[in-house]
Design a protein around this ligand. Structure first.
Ligand code: G6P
Length: 608
């Protein structure tokens, strides 16, 4: 979704802003722009399409100056064309970049039009520029104008604002959309996330909901939502600048797939004591809260939702705790019955997904407590939850989530254990799971070693338009995740079904043009799954099976089998995800799609 970068410095800022926008490209966008104050006036450049188009325009036209704001826009109101790209300006006085949606913009717009303001875009954002201009013209300084304007906006926003007569100043505001301040030496920055600013600083302030900040080169002043001056802590980015580079891989996605042995290890390393999970890693109040839990409600979106579905199997079968899981966009808009003792677990790579955050906020006062499983320290979900467990995957840039998912599963397994102790999980069983976890990195490595075979297999998919993914038990959500990956990056229609549902509909679709992918570990569901696969074969469907036993699942005409390493059953959903990630990756490469930034999608969905 939209990305914001801003800088006030002694040096020229256009290069910093452009690099920041490139680093935000992964969030998803369709136009880009920048406004820089050159000591006398604010000049602006905008382009539809990629940041590179803006970079080319900058090379040609230049945008000198030491204070600026920049933006990648993911279209909501108005097409992705140049006149809708940010920054938006009111005359040549005010420039604004905005992430989020202003819900009452139509009313504000007609009022501003009545007062003579002329609109040059179809966006909701432009009202902010004109409101600011009106406020400054009526005598407010820029900070007061932002405070006044923000008060009349409904919806979600992160803002970066400059005014022609406020040399070297940026005012930032956040409500509902993420924004961080980068603290430099004699220069300061704003951005939608830390990654944008890593080349210039590793020190960050996370703004709280309702905060307004005034930045100059030398100073950062912050007011909270009640208008009080506040000090916010500065934290250091711990992953290093290069964690967000491609590191010699052709795509971020491939790099992130290959990082999974290391990051899944990081997700449990240091969290085990004497063969048992250390529950203090969830936060100071963990023990007191966990002691009162009676059931779990998991809320998430996209890939994180699939992780939640797997956790439901674990919570109920291993721990014996009632567990519900639902996508946030549904949960937040229906009337829900929350039972006493409910631990609300949100799962989110970014910690900023608008629906997940809204779902948490809606139920805050009805739940026992909240826990977030998240990859971004300091994100909104982390800050607003009682407990958290970081997944430690490091920055994930590819829009299609890979390492964030497998590390979420590790974190959810740890969560299942600490809660399960209070229900039916015995200490012996806990030790058995912890021992199994130790095998995970090498099992993932062995699955990645199948890359060449999977690449060959991918050729059978490149010309196809539809595909079906099947699994049973914890492997059903894995099939869903495999189908999601394929559709996201190769644009091939992919559907997942619990294999037992095959004959209730999808079997009608099966023919030679519909490849069917199955995840078939050697577990107690294998015989049932094999029967389902027979049903596909008998109808001329071509099967691609990732099997735990090549003896039990034999290749044949139209049946391709890739043998997976043998593994503890508890690890199956994590390890069987890897070949499906690789399959979708290679199909997308064959099809020549934009693997890391698939069309129409965004990494961080900060609007509804
Ligand atoms: C977007 C991303 C997905 C992600 C989902 C939820 O759709 O493209 O990769 O799974 O949002 O995001 P979250 O950050 O909450 O895990």
């Amino acid at each position: 979704m939209c990305g914001i970068v801003g800088a006030t410095a002694e040096r020229s800022v256009a290069g910093i802003l452009l690099e920041g926008l490139k680093r935000l490209e992964y969030r998803g966008y369709d136009s880009a722009g920048m406004a820089v104050w050159d000591g006398a006036s604010i000049n602006r450049l905008r382009r539809a399409g990629k940041v590179q188009a803006l970079g080319d325009a900058l090379d040609e036209l230049g945008l000198p100056g030491s204070t600026g704001i920049a933006h990648t826009r993911w279209a909501t109101h108005g097409k992705p064309v140049e006149h809708n790209a940010h920054p938006h300006m009111s005359g040549n006085q005010v420039a604004v970049v905005h992430n989020g949606i202003i819900e009452n913009f139509e009313r504000l717009k007609s009022d501003l039009k009545e007062h003579g303001y002329v609109f040059t875009s179809d966006t909701d954002t432009e009202v902010i520029a004109h409101l600011l201009d009106r406020s400054v013209k009526s005598g407010s300084d820029l900070v007061a104008a932002v405070k006044q304007t923000v008060g009349s906006l409904e919806g979600a926003f992160a803002l970066g604002v400059m005014h022609q007569s406020n040399s070297g100043e940026i005012v930032a505001a956040r409500k509902g959309s993420p924004l961080v301040i980068g603290v430099g030496i004699g220069e300061n920055f704003i951005a939608s996330d830390q990654l944008a600013l890593l080349p210039v600083t590793d020190r960050f302030i996370f703004l709280e909901e309702g905060d307004i900040a005034h930045l100059t080169r030398e100073e950062i002043v912050i007011w909270d939502k009640s208008g009080q001056l506040v000090e916010r802590p500065i934290s250091r980015y711990e992953h290093g600048v290069t964690a967000a580079d491609k590191g010699g891989f052709k795509h971020y996605m491939l790099k992130e797939i290959y990082e999974q042995p290391a990051v899944t290890l990081a997700a449990f390393e240091g969290r085990i004591n004497d063969g048992l999970v250390d529950e203090s890693v969830f936060g100071e109040q963990a023990t007191a809260i966990f002691d009162q839990v009676k059931q779990i409600q998991i809320i998430a979106c996209g890939t994180s939702y699939h992780a939640g579905m797997i956790a439901k199997y674990w919570m109920e079968s291993l721990a014996g705790i009632p567990c519900h899981v639902e996508v946030a966009s549904e949960y937040r808009y229906r009337s829900v019955v929350i039972q006493e003792g409910t631990l609300f677990v949100s799962i989110s790579q970014s910690g900023e997904t608008a629906d997940t955050l809204a779902a948490l906020r809606d139920v805050q006062d009805q739940i026992l407590a909240s826990l977030t499983i998240c990859n971004v320290p300091g994100s909104s979900l982390v800050r607003e939850s009682d407990l958290n467990l970081m997944t430690k995957a490091g920055p994930e840039i590819g829009v299609a989530s890979t390492k964030a998912f497998t590390t979420q599963l590790v974190a959810l397994l740890l969560t299942t254990i600490v809660l399960g102790r209070r229900f039916k999980l015995t200490e012996d069983k806990e030790r058995e799971i912890v021992l199994a976890l130790a095998e995970l990195p090498s099992l993932i490595e062995r699955s990645i070693a199948m890359d060449g075979a999977i690449e060959s297999m991918s050729q059978s998919f490149a010309e196809k338009h539809h595909s079906l993914f099947l699994g049973r038990g914890t492997l059903y959500p894995v099939a869903m995740e495999g189908a999601l990956k394929l559709k996201e990056i190769s644009y091939i229609h992919a559907e997942a079904y619990p294999a037992g549902e095959l004959k209730h509909g999808p079997l009608a679709l099966v023919d030679k043009d519909m490849p069917v992918v199955a995840v078939a570990p050697q577990n107690d569901m294998l015989d049932k799954l094999k029967a389902n696969l027979q049903e596909v074969s008998a109808r001329g469907g071509e099967l691609f099976i990732f099997a735990g036993s090549t003896q039990d699942v034999q290749p044949g005409e139209g049946i391709h089998v890739l043998g997976m390493p043998s593994m503890p059953q508890i690890l199956e959903p994590i390890v069987y995800t890897i070949p499906l990630q690789l399959l979708s990756y290679h199909v997308a490469v064959l099809k020549g799609t934009d693997v890391d930034q698939p069309r129409n999608l965004a990494k961080s969905v900060t609007v509804e």
